[in-house]
Design a protein. Structure first.
Lengths: 88, 270
């Protein structure tokens, strides 16, 4: 899977936000927490899998693989729902 | 044979030159020439070369725009821009050509934002009220004028925000909606306030995301065009990081103006 090219990530007042670059659309803006922003920056313009996401989380945060896997699942559900992930 | 004249205007932080066979902004006084203009617009009358039928339709706050490459067509004029959006050739054939300067400004104005807002000046500072049409921006601005001696309406529909990387300024503009408030003044922007109708008067600071959302919704831009939208976002971020932003839940009364100003003044203390 890949991030939709229609979103661009921005940092504002220390917070990360993904902004939709287009007319219309229901999700114009998506707030990203620290780990979500890290994942987005790492995989922007790249093909990636849930396993890739898990390894980024475990190598950057002090968490085990099971916790990371659960976090990844939660983030992915949210991202797929809001259309920021282009799945084939 | 039509007589072309050169008109010079200051709009927001920009100096603009327009060559046209008619006064393109009769409501706006010209300024003295100040060196090289940032935007150049050449207006001719007559029909333009046709734009393709399959041109992309974009719905903007100015109305529908058809786009083919760097050519933009609205109801009564067509505008062709250079790659860098600094020079515009306009063919005008109808009555309603008022938005040709607006369109050029939205496309080419770096470090300037055309926003949908009603705004006032008080003690040399600017306060901009933002909300969807019909929510009560103008009513709230009027309440400020009533509540505070010396408070004046600066613009009632489409003021301009400019920034130089540090200071953010609020400017009047030649676009002011139903009420013709074409005040050619600029003041430092003190606060941005989103107006929400409520059962009581209550003000709260906006989070960075709320501030970003409210200013983005109020700004005229082309979201689908990165060349236009990226500089817009940079300017919006610059404003939001420097200017206190608030959400005001309010009744249409003069007490709401006091609640608003007190809330803004209070935030200064922390």
């Amino acid at each position: 899977m890949k991030f939709s090219p229609n979103y661009a990530i921005h940092e504002i007042c220390g917070e990360h936000v993904a902004i939709f670059m287009g007319e219309g659309g229901s999700n114009q803006m998506l707030s990203l927490n620290h780990s979500a922003a890290l994942l987005w920056k790492t995989f922007a313009d790249k093909e990636f899998s849930p396993d890739d996401m898990v390894s980024i989380l475990t190598s950057n945060y002090d968490i085990d693989a099971a916790t990371a896997r659960a976090d990844v699942q939660e983030i992915l559900d949210q991202w797929k729902q809001s259309g920021v992930i282009a799945t084939d | 044979m039509e007589t072309i004249r050169r008109y010079s205007y200051r709009l927001g932080g920009l100096f603009i030159e327009i060559e046209a066979p008619f006064d393109p902004l009769p409501q706006w006084a010209e300024c003295a020439q100040e060196g090289e203009a940032q935007l150049h617009i050449h207006v001719r009358t007559g029909l333009p070369s046709p734009i393709a039928a399959e041109a992309e339709r974009i719905d903007t706050s100015l109305g529908p725009v058809w786009r083919e490459g760097n050519r933009f067509r609205m109801k009564d004029f067509q505008l062709e821009a250079t790659e860098d959006f600094t020079h515009f050739e306009v063919q005008a054939w109808g009555q309603d050509v008022s938005h040709m300067v607006t369109m050029a400004f939205v496309l080419g104005a770096r470090d300037n934002l055309l926003i949908h807002s009603s705004c006032v000046m008080l003690d040399g500072q600017g306060y901009a009220f933002i909300a969807p049409s019909g929510t009560g921006k103008s009513t709230h601005a009027d309440n400020w004028v009533r509540a505070f001696p010396g408070c004046q309406l600066l613009n009632d529909d489409n003021p301009i925000l400019s920034h130089d990387g540090e200071q953010v300024s609020l400017h009047g503009s030649p676009w002011s909606g139903k009420r013709p408030v074409y005040r050619q003044e600029q003041v430092p922007l003190r606060a941005l306030v989103r107006i929400v109708r409520g059962q009581e008067n209550r003000i709260e600071p906006a989070s960075p995301l709320e501030a970003l959302t409210m200013l983005l919704e109020a700004t005229s831009t082309l979201r689908r065009d990165p060349q236009v939208f990226r500089p817009t976002l940079e300017s919006i971020k610059c404003v939001v990081e420097r200017i206190p932003c608030f959400i005001l839940h309010c009744l249409p009364d003069t007490a709401s103006a006091r609640t608003c100003l007190e809330g803004i003044a209070q935030q200064n203390k922390y």
